[in-house]
Design a protein. Sequence first.
Length: 146
Amino acid sequence: MLSIYLFTVLFSSNVFAADSINVSQKVYKLFHKSFPEVKNESWYKSSNTYEAYFKNSDETVCKIYYSMGGELISTIKYYSGNELPLFIRTRLAKKYAGKNVCNVTEIYADNKTVYYITLEDNRECYKVHSSINGDISLDEILLKAS
């Protein structure tokens, strides 16, 4: 359910992207209250959501989704494995010894945080997900082209 919702939000918002849109003052103020350090965000609008897109000073890419009324719907962050909570990194290192974390997509929605993590070694790429509690599940293994 969460995956379908996020897929819809992600792709519908980009269809209606524009350089300058009318973001409601309420949403704009809520965003800058939560992220006062962000100065150059980009705004996108779909039929029922606003999306703020920005990069943090550490190059973490973030997307924040709000309802038209200003309610936070979800957040998505893309970053390297070094940003993962230590507990999850430790569990990954034990369960997938010898694999390097390539990237992480962290999604917060419906009061839950899920981490989608890509690991790799010389031969394979592993796609896993983890709850905030460190419960790790394998989604798929892909063979690298030789």
